[in-house]
Ligand binder design. Structure first.
Ligand SMILES: Nc1ncnc2c1ncn2[C@@H]1O[C@H](COP(=O)(O)OP(=O)(O)OP(=O)(O)O)[C@@H](O)[C@H]1O
Length: 235
């Protein structure tokens, strides 16, 4: 479950990450990126996050991803209130959140299989388990034949599916996607969307920020619509 209550965000202040040092001053004079945003996303729901460029979609996702703190109001993610969470509890909470971005963000020097394995290695899983989980994720993403290749040798759609496999290999409860199909053609975009939907069907809470109206029409789901940092419709 994700709950925003009266959330405001000013970047000069919010540049202080969650778990950062206390005592930073609010960014007086900085225009607010979000104003009084309130909504609740039930566990297991799928939501589009829509709105024009600069409306605040990425900012909402960064708050959900625990990369930023709100300047005002409260953000609750998977049962944890960001203003109360202890720094030492953050890594465990972050492991329950998967994210994909428009630009994939795969590590270029690692083969696909090692990119997908990365969250498992960071979490200290046994190598035998890592091999099994990575093989399963690569099958799921249709990338078995690309396991040993470097990201640069994959198509954009394949790279995004590898990024998605990496994002879900820890079985996150919350999956966030920031314009995940922005660099893909229609066929590849639909393939990525189908995988996001499958995660939703498996019980993951999914939030997808996009400008791709055709995809939104193809996959009708509730939407959060932002304009100039305000939530103008939810439903
Ligand atoms: N790191 C930052 N520092 C200062 N201001 C920022 C930063 N990131 C975003 N902003 C500002 O916050 C506002 C919301 O930006 P955000 O990136 O959340 O919008 P968006 O809806 O995701 O836009 P787009 O669709 O173009 O990605 C904008 O006015 C933007 O200029």
């Amino acid at each position: 479950m994700v709950r925003f209550a009266g959330v405001g965000l000013r970047y000069a202040n919010a540049a202080r990450p969650v778990g950062g040092l206390a005592g930073d001053r609010p960014g007086a004079g900085e225009p607010a990126a979000l104003h009084d945003v309130s909504f609740t996303l039930p566990q297991g729901s799928f939501h589009w996050l829509l709105g024009p460029s600069g409306a605040g979609k990425s900012s909402v996702l960064r708050l959900m991803q625990l990369s930023l703190r709100p300047t005002s109001g409260s953000v609750e993610v998977l049962g944890a209130d960001l203003s109360r969470i202890r720094r030492r509890d953050l890594p465990a909470l972050r492991r329950r959140i998967g994210t994909v971005w428009q630009d994939f963000r795969l590590l270029p020097h690692l083969p696909v299989q090692d990119n997908v394995a990365l969250p498992l290695r960071i979490a200290g899983r046994a190598e035998g388990q890592i091999r099994a989980d990575v093989a399963e994720m690569l099958r799921w993403a249709g990338l078995e034949s690309k396991a040993g290749q470097l990201p640069a040798t994959l198509s954009g759609g394949e790279q995004q599916r590898a990024a998605l496999a990496r994002a879900v290999v820890m079985r996150p409860a919350l999956l966030l996607a920031d314009e995940p199909t922005g660099n893909l053609d229609t066929v590849q975009a639909r393939r990525v969307l189908a995988l996001l939907h499958e995660m939703h069907r498996l019980g993951t809470t999914v939030v997808v920020a996009t400008h791709a109206e055709a995809l939104v029409e193809a996959y009708p789901a509730p939407a959060l619509w932002l304009e100039r940092g305000r939530l103008v419709s939810h439903g």
